[in-house]
Design a protein around this ligand. Structure first.
Ligand SMILES: Cc1cc2nc3c(=O)[nH]c(=O)nc-3n(C[C@H](O)[C@H](O)[C@H](O)COP(=O)(O)OP(=O)(O)OC[C@H]3O[C@@H](n4cnc5c(N)ncnc54)[C@H](O)[C@@H]3O)c2cc1C
Length: 374
């Protein structure tokens, strides 16, 4: 069987494409290496800019317990804190629940989802041939690369960024205890920053990104948190009072924010596979969902014969992607340089308190407008 579209990776970008395209009647196959549901390292705060679109493809995160978030707090490593209302607001939902909701919707729409790790992908003029671990082969007219920030496939495709070393690792755990329902906090510490916000069932997600150089001096996560994160009094109070709901934290490493190609070897890259914004912006999931919407709409136009060839489709996607996301990526990069400098933060955050309009303005630079059409 030749599928219309084969999606490699069933995370947010892959599953949103799967739901949208299968709803439009296209034959879609998703190959995902993990089972659903599964916890993922992520801050789990999503901007409201994606809500109208998600609802238009019949996905309602509030049905699985999402919590509304309207306020934002930012603290310096010393603990000086500034608070503001989020311009668009957002919601908190675990990836365990959100990815599973999308997966169930995709299957209900008639999409085929197979648990398999893709090892090889080849473009043969007018179709793709994909081989999975175990030697199974699948064929499709188009392929979407939605396999996340870093994967074995980046090595196979010899993508430029894969040869650069990256200094970041991330740690995440859910906790029980007291934390405001409507707040997302970003607390800085020497060598990184930590996001805290509520998800479903009253659980609190605590997720931080750290520079490996600062981390490797400590024996383990527990000591690192005590010795480094807890120098920020807000984090000290969080780690002292909250109780972990995970047997041990989840970790990932080798997180890259390097520029990537949007289309490579004929594969349409989507979500983090096309480019990743610094997590401090709290908008990577928004971008994954929005890029899937842009791509799905283009594929639907193509199959409705409003576009004539593959090249035109590729160029249109590249242009739309750049137009929609390059400003945000640049703003995220500049902000990350600012946050990486504790002395700047210790001066900058008290200054932000004096000019209350500045923080919402900065947040807007890393986000888009609400988007709705399917
Ligand atoms: C520390 C941290 C905190 C973050 N916090 C936030 C936040 O609060 N808000 C926000 O909006 N964004 C946040 N992000 C960003 C967000 O997590 C990502 O942008 C988002 O997950 C991108 O989704 P995706 O679908 O591109 O990738 P993923 O969700 O990673 O999905 C990729 C999928 O591909 C599968 N896969 C990989 N290789 C293969 C293969 N060879 N074969 C088959 N399957 C494969 C994987 O198993 C995975 O399921 C954070 C990121 C980090 C690192």
């Amino acid at each position: 069987m030749v599928y219309d579209i084969l999606v490699i990776g069933g995370g947010l970008a892959g599953l949103v494409n799967a739901v949208h395209l299968s709803q439009a009647g296209l034959k879609v196959l998703v190959l995902e290496k993990n089972e659903y549901p599964k916890h993922k390292v992520c801050g789990e705060y999503i901007s409201n800019e994606v809500l109208p679109y998600l609802k238009s493809i019949d996905i309602d995160p509030f049905e699985v317990g999402a919590t509304s978030i309207e306020k934002f707090a930012l603290s310096s490593p010393q603990g000086t804190q500034v608070k503001t209302r989020l311009p668009l607001g957002g919601f908190g939902i675990s990836r365990f629940s959100l990815d599973n909701l999308l997966y169930q919707k995709a299957v209900a729409n008639g999409c085929k989802v197979v648990k398999a790790t893709v090892e090889k992908i080849r473009f043969l003029d007018d179709h793709f041939e994909v081989t999975t671990r175990g030697g199974f082969e699948y064929f499709a007219t188009f392929a979407i690369g939605a396999y996340g920030k870093r994967s074995n496939l980046d090595v196979q495709l010899d993508r430029k960024f894969i040869h650069q070393k990256t200094p970041y690792l991330a740690v995440k755990s859910h906790y029980t205890g007291n934390f405001p329902d409507d707040l997302v906090a970003l607390h800085n510490f020497k060598g990184g920053y930590c996001g805290v916000s509520k998800v479903e069932d009253g659980l609190i997600n605590v997720c931080y990104l750290a520079n490996y150089k600062t981390f490797k001096q400590y024996r383990n996560i527990e000591t690192y948190q005590q010795e480094v994160l807890c120098k920020n009094p807000h984090l000290k109070s969080i780690f002292r009072t909250l109780k972990s709901a995970f047997p041990k934290p989840l970790t990932i490493s080798q997180i890259s924010f390097a520029a990537k190609e949007t289309v490579e070897n004929g594969i349409f890259m989507c979500g983090d596979t096309a480019g990743m914004i610094h997590p401090l912006c709290g908008n990577g999931m928004g971008m994954a969902i929005h890029s899937a919407q842009i791509l799905s709409n283009l594929f639907i136009q193509f199959f409705n014969t409003k576009m004539t060839n593959r090249h035109e489709l590729e160029q249109t996607y590249i242009e739309k992607w750049e137009k929609t996301f390059s400003r945000r990526l640049n703003a995220g990069h500049i902000l990350s340089l600012f946050l990486a400098n504790p002395s700047l933060l210790n001066v900058g955050i008290p200054t932000l308190k004096l000019f209350p309009r500045v923080l919402p303005f900065i947040i807007k630079q890393t986000h888009g407008e609400k988007f709705s059409t399917v």
